[in-house]
Design a protein around this ligand. Sequence first.
Ligand SMILES: Cc1ncc(COP(=O)(O)O)c(C=O)c1O
Length: 339
Amino acid sequence: MIDLRSDTVTRPTPGMLKAMAEAEVGDDVFSEDPTVNAFEKKMAAMFGMEAGLFVPSGTMSNQLCVAVLTRPGDEVIIDELGHIFNYESGAAAHLSSVQLRPLKGNRGKLSRELAASAIRPANDWDPHTRVIAVENTTNKGGGACYSKEELIELSNLADEHGIFLHLDGARIWNAIAETGMEPEFFGSVADTMSICFSKGLGAPVGSMMLASGENIKKARRLRKMWGGGMRQVGLLAAAADYAVEKHLPLLKEDHRRARELAEALSEHPAFTIDLSTVETNIVLFDVNSGTAEEVLKSFAASGVGMIPFGPKTIRATFHFQAVDVDLEKVIEVVRGYGK
Ligand SMILES: Cc1ncc(COP(=O)(O)O)c(C=O)c1O
């Protein structure tokens, strides 16, 4: 099957496996894994942050950020399409005793105006607005990228109110590849960041929290408490480092392929897609009659996997293991749909 259900479906390459096999390792709970230590330093420097913490998943990394920035009873402003709001099993309420305030933004993005409208006054009876959480690129928003100006405006807003900006950068690599923005810029606007190596970059496991040294120290303890302390995990840090070095340059090709698929979809009367929404590796489109499930069944029977994103909406996500011959096949299946 040509698997476009997600960019998390990639398999480690021989080069990645070799890097893993050759990694020098130690006990990371004792901070003695040299590969992890070097990789945390490297990522922190890359994104202009003081320190990093390698963790098993993007969910853990986001939740550690929420935990270190908030106190029970606080409120986190987020777009209603945000991963932290939709796909983290209610963890912010459970682990940090905070409430999320979902807002209707644009394709998963908050504007300064919208976020400002949700910041509460400091009454005893109001939850304290503590964090503005943004996602770049947006997952449920279809891979949309923030501009520098939009992020600076949100960061300034947070500063003006003495609150924090958290950036869920699970797909920050796609934003970097598409916009050419320097990674250090993100560290200059965000107080905490989560970056993932297991999405489009293709590592089998691994995310990293980036923040101040003090917040990473707090998060290190929580990571252990939550069962995320890992031992000879340099094996995985080596895979993640390999992915940054070797696969980051491939992401622009994923974006081109996504646009080519979007164009083919736009030419078929059974589908509706706004081409201007295809910015990175994610393609969201609607089916005009019947349901997404019916179309997906037909695609699957022809060897193409995508996922439903609503009763009539489908998501296709490109990654470096869906190459041009795969794209040709997918386009052929799309063109043949209903014929
Ligand atoms: C935007 C975003 N944030 C966080 C995550 C969570 O990552 P994980 O599945 O590693 O917990 C995902 C997963 O797809 C995501 O798309």
